[in-house]
Design a protein around this ligand. Structure first.
Ligand code: N01
Length: 538
């Protein structure tokens, strides 16, 4: 990096050109700010740019998974099905970026590796891996909650002669699976989509499963012109509805209580929600499952029974039935013929808890029971969620405090998932301790956060202030409130990326706020209306 190279100066730098980042750019430009978005990829779309693995598909409905800010856009864009596949969502985000002429302010192929706050100047200095320097009054980290892919370390991995790839780094070129012996590690939302998609194409498939997954069969009807016209009629109502529910979708916890129903009525209610073929089953049928172990056990039994019905070999079926955690306390994926894959003669399920992986070999993976020969290994092994993309950058606040060190030493702390004390004028979207980190339909919560950030920046500037930063007390209060709500649920009992347990050495604490997206939005709005009483301006 040349220190002589002058920094390019902007009012705001946004890191990341995914769904959040491009909307943030649009909002800040509307305020008249000069903005530059720095994006590591070659195109917009973030998650929908990187995760182009076979079968990648949205499991929020298309009508909920979109921007609401432009009626023109809502009128123009036609979705082709209820749960669109990755290419369609990537096309949509490109369409938005082109329609609102956003790409001229986005610099692609640019990975940020450091950002530090210069207190004397009241500005952030940002550097990239290519040695470029930028300076800005405001910094928005739109770096994504699930954007830091993790490949576990395995003995002998370097000896493996086949190809290997993480799902979030899938090549742009088509991959030919015909006749290949393919291994997939990971059976979360990603692994399930990959497995069910490639199983009919491969020569042989070996699935390495450490934890079995509850999943709901997806109902994915095509959308024709008539259906789109019907949906458009509902958009005004839906736009408001999604901001008033717990998960930012168009459904919410039911008002029907488990205890008030007879066993037959309970069963009927579960079937009714099951047949919706969406994640509505997760929260809509019996919301008590998140806190009441007996209700959770009942729903878990119902879902396990659905798995057993579909898998012919009872031994394999039992391996696929989660037993050590309750339904809904980890992310529930939607699936299409996933469980039937295990009825194929060319598919083998390896339960790595019973048959542990010992090492990679030249030809594949050796588990306790023997060697599994592989031409290709697919890692659907997840992400360092919520914190990973933020700690991957050397973010230094006041007095040179490194965010990564602070979070490692004292635990993750944020004020409402939006800012961090000691890091003035730095804002975050989908960061820890906000619903957006895990429990919210991403477009709903990321638009809400980007709107709030824009309003906050506007307020700061209009009041002749240089910077805004939450107080340490307010941040601590938010952390205590977050933990109190989290610990009243069953979620912390289960190992998952929600709890940070998938990353060695990571603090084990619920990463996302469980108070609900609507409650959170109201709290954010109140703070703005009251003139940001929990923050200090300078
Ligand atoms: O990642 P995950 P993901 N040995 O962390 C396994 C969103 N998403 O990419 O559970 C063996 O859920 C790991 O095992 P275990 C969605 O929010 C959305 O699937 O740790 N296995 C697990 O099975 C989702 O929740 C869509 O025991 C190892 C898997 O890898 C989030 O992204 C689609 C291992 C990782 O599962 C992340 O999902 C896809 C090891 N050493 C994803 N290390 C939509 O549809 C890890 N695993 C919108």
């Amino acid at each position: 990096m040349s220190s002589a190279q002058p920094a390019s100066s902007f009012d705001a730098i946004v890191i990341g050109a995914g769904l959040s980042g491009i909307y943030q750019l649009h909002k800040l430009r509307q305020l008249g700010l000069s903005v530059r978005v720095l994006e590591a990829g070659a195109g917009v779309a973030g998650t929908w740019y990187w995760n182009r693995y076979p079968g990648a598909r949205c499991d929020s409905t298309a009508e909920c998974y979109q921007y609401w800010f432009s009626d023109e856009l809502l009128n123009e864009w036609n979705w082709s099905e209820r749960f669109p596949a990755q290419p369609e969502t990537e096309r949509y985000l490109n369409y938005v970026a082109d329609k609102f002429d956003l790409k001229r302010d986005i610099q692609f192929h640019t990975r940020v590796n450091a950002a530090s706050f210069d207190e004397a100047a009241g500005r952030w200095h940002i550097t990239t891996t290519g040695g470029e320097q930028f300076s800005a009054q405001f910094l928005v980290m739109a770096t994504g909650g699930l954007s830091s892919p993790q490949v576990p370390a395995f003995k002998g991995y370097e000896n493996f002669k086949g190809t290997s790839v993480h799902t979030a780094r899938w090549p742009h070129e088509a991959v030919d699976f015909a006749g290949k012996r393919v291994g997939v590690m990971g059976t979360g939302a990603t692994g399930i989509q990959v497995i069910q998609t490639i199983a009919p194409q491969v020569g042989h498939l070996t699935v390495f499963q450490r934890t079995a997954t509850y999943a709901i069969p997806m109902k994915n009807p095509k959308y024709d012109a008539a259906r789109m016209a019907e949906l458009r009629q509902s958009y005004p109502e839906m736009k408001s509805l999604v901001h008033n529910t717990f998960t930012g979708n168009d459904y919410d916890f039911g008002t029907v209580l488990f205890q008030d129903l007879t066993p037959a009525q309970r069963e009927a209610r579960l079937w009714e929600f099951w047949h919706d073929g969406s994640l509505k089953f997760w929260v809509g049928a019996f919301g008590e499952l998140f806190a009441d172990q007996a209700v959770n056990d009942y729903v878990s039994d119902f879902v396990r029974a659905r798995i057993r019905e579909r898998v012919k070999d009872p031994v394999v079926a039992e391996k696929l039935c989660p037993k050590d955690y309750g339904f809904g306390t980890r992310r529930v994926p939607l699936e299409t013929n996933y469980f039937e894959v295990y009825n194929q003669p060319n598919v083998q399920l390896v339960d790595t808890t019973a048959d542990p992986i010992e090492c990679f070999t030249e030809n594949g993976i050796k588990t306790a029971s023997g060697e599994h020969q592989l031409d290709m290994m697919i890692f659907a092994t997840g992400f360092d969620a919520a914190t990973g993309a933020l700690t991957a950058i050397d973010v230094r606040g006041r007095d040179g405090l490194l965010l990564r060190d602070s979070w490692r030493q004292d635990g993750v702390r944020t004020w409402m998932g939006l800012q961090v004390h000691g890091f003035p004028n730095m804002f975050m979207i989908m960061a820890p301790l906000s619903p957006a980190a895990a429990f919210c339909n991403v477009p709903t919560c990321s638009q809400q956060q980007a709107d709030w950030i824009s309003n906050c920046i506007d307020y700061t500037r209009k009041h002749g202030k240089q910077s805004i930063e939450p107080t340490a007390d307010a941040e601590a209060r938010w952390g205590e409130h977050h933990d109190e709500l989290a610990n009243a649920t069953l979620v912390p009992k289960t190992k998952s990326w929600y709890m940070g347990t998938n990353i060695e050495g990571k603090q084990q604490r619920l990463l996302a706020y469980v108070g609900g997206a609507s409650t959170y939005r109201l709290a954010c709005d109140k703070i703005a209306e009251e003139g940001y009483p929990e923050s200090v301006f300078s």
